[in-house]
Design a binder for this molecule. Structure first.
Ligand code: ADP
Ligand code: F6P
Length: 325
């Protein structure tokens, strides 16, 4: 395949935001400029691309953002870009603005969009940015570390009051389709039960029996970590209280998990991934995803990456159960 010379690149953030996205943007901009490229910021993901919300970015445009949650480029979801017409228009707009390639920071939906743009002749490099850790090709996604630390601290606080009142607590963390946040918090917070979208079979009677048994054994609280994808935590709490006679409260941690100052790990890994994405772009590569695998930053073909599957590590789930027996 002949390499296309890239002179000007765009960078956008897409899908759900994640702490550390700003660190990645900063690294993309500064690495690309260092390599002699011009950089444009595309606001509001693919939606902003289709609206031509495009700004010039200089080294100083990304000053003072490495420590900030959210994304200075904003993010959005675009139905129009899911259509062939929308994708063709996106590629035309890139050409109109002299953008030879785009670095897309987002989840696997955003990667699909990037794959389409590369088929239309716009070089694309994708960077995994999602708190859900649900991208199969990589062991790390930008934002997961901050999100689990935020959730862990919140759960510690709920645990204090849950113990004082000798209650059962159902604590809902994010992860509509993926239980990685729930599993990590479950282990880090010593939860009695962890309900994962990938595993939970809806057997509430099992939970009820465990709460009653644990009470007999003298446990002062019972923490159930519930991934968002499982269902309604508040009604589950009501049913469990009625069946066990143990006071039960639900806490939904919610969007605080998606914001806040990124952890050191998120800042460093996002910076390294952003820099690698810009280097790949400067080398004329396209249709690649940056990934962290077995301790190394590498890259995959986008389609190959999207075809990979990822499950909850069964051994970690088993250990989490054993540690609260
Ligand atoms: P995430 O990137 O976090 O998985 P989404 O799944 O919402 O988030 O995807 C973000 C955006 O990427 C969508 O709003 C859409 O514009 C684009 N996108 C998602 N799937 C596709 C697809 N199959 N083809 C083209 N664009 C897509
Ligand atoms: O960012 C990932 C995530 O938090 C998922 O866990 C959740 O399903 C989704 O985003 C919800 O995002 P929104 O409410 O912005 O659509």
């Amino acid at each position: 395949m002949t390499k296309k010379e890239v002179k000007t690149i765009g960078v956008l953030t897409s899908g759900g935001d994640a702490p550390g996205m700003n660190a990645a943007i900063r690294a993309v901009v500064r690495t690309a400029i260092n390599k002699g490229l011009k950089v444009k910021g595309i606001m509001r993901g693919y939606a902003g691309l289709l609206q031509e919300e495009i700004i010039d970015l200089e080294t100083t445009s990304v000053s003072d953002i490495i420590n900030r949650g959210g994304t200075i480029l904003y993010t959005a979801r675009s139905q129009e870009f899911r259509t062939e017409e929308g994708q063709r228009l996106g590629a035309e707009i890139c050409r109109k603005h002299g953008i030879d390639g785009i670095i897309v920071i987002g989840g696997d939906g955003s990667f699909r969009g990037a794959g389409k743009l590369s088929e239309l002749g716009i070089n694309t490099i994708a960077v995994p940015g999602t708190i859900d850790l649900d991208i199969a090709c990589t062991d790390y996604t930008i934002g997961f570390d901050t999100a689990v630390n935020t959730a862990m601290e919140a759960i510690d606080k709920v645990r204090d009051t849950s113990t004082s009142h000798e209650r059962c607590s159902i604590i809902e963390v994010m992860g509509r389709h993926a239980g990685h946040i729930a599993l990590w918090c479950g282990i880090a917070n010593g939860a009695e039960d962890i309900l994962l979208p990938e595993r939970y079979d809806g057997n509430e009677q099992y939970l009820i029996n465990r709460i009653i048994e644990n009470r007999k054994r003298g446990k002062k609280h019972h923490i159930i970590i519930n991934a968002e994808g499982i269902g309604h935590s508040t009604s589950m709490a009501r049913r469990i209280e009625a069946a066990t006679g143990v006071e039960t409260r639900a806490t939904i941690i919610g969007y605080i998990q998606r914001g806040g100052t990124p952890t050191c790990k998120d800042r460093v890994y996002a910076s390294l991934m952003g820099a690698k994405a810009a280097e790949l772009m400067a080398d004329g590569k396209s249709n690649r995803v940056v990934a962290y695998k077995n301790g190394e930053f590498i890259d995959y073909d986008i389609q190959e990456a999207l075809n990979m599957t990822k499950d909850i590590p069964e051994d970690q789930f088993e250990i989490s159960k054993m540690l609260v027996r």
